[in-house]
Unconditional design. Sequence first.
Length: 292
Amino acid sequence: MREATKAKLFLLAASGLLFSVLTVFFGTPFLRALRQTYGPTVYWSLGIILSAVAFPVWFFVGSIWIVVGAYHEIEKLGKGWWIAGLLSVLLSGGFGWLSATYSLRANGIESREQVEALIGEMTASLEAVIPNVKIKAEDVFNQMPSFVVMTLMLALANAVLFDRKVYNWLALPLPEASGREANKLLELRVPDFFIWIALMALLFSTFSFNSKALGIVALNVVNVSAVLYFFQGLAVLETYLRAIKAGFLMRFVTYFILVGQFFILVSILGLIDFWAGFRGRIQKLNSQIGDR
């Protein structure tokens, strides 16, 4: 029997918090189910309390909580999912930047050099575990804006794609719109004008014309563009898998190999889809085969 109980509320909140801290992305479907099942008062109250408790990563938890909740609130106002997604990422990213800046200053870290030194300590720990990985603290600092946006975009997409599985796992009441956003995401097409922004950014990130600032801005735009076209490539891939009626094993292998290991390859697929129109071709071919 599908019902919302206090035990399930606790499980959703605990899972959302734990998986957000440990894995970044996999807590958001639980948070989305929490907001849609128990309403805004419970959702935002728990968000404030758990973000405050999650010291020293309270700004991170708060950002994840906001991106999921703000998307739902804006969507309820009748805005399209593109607008809801953009505004929720901006609101969440703004909160993350302000709260992280406050936390750093409260700990005596105020200058760029101090922030880069802190990043250097973290990357050194990673390099000690994986010796072949070499990361420059300056590069991480310069690309931090796009890293934040990319993280929030992927977290929100994960919430929309997999919230229905949370409802089924916990036997929660299904909202009317459950699953619709996932279908919209899998039909995603990046606006045509953005292709020129992405190509210009790629050009300026490769040839900065002696302007370091231009190169940094362009590289951040390239990073965000890669995620957008990754989603478009994912939509092409899913269209193909549906057309051939792929089973669980084939889907698992495909997503594990291509999506898990070759992020850039899927992004390139999405970029090429601007000219090739793969989904239209696949659907047309599938229709012709069905008519035989």
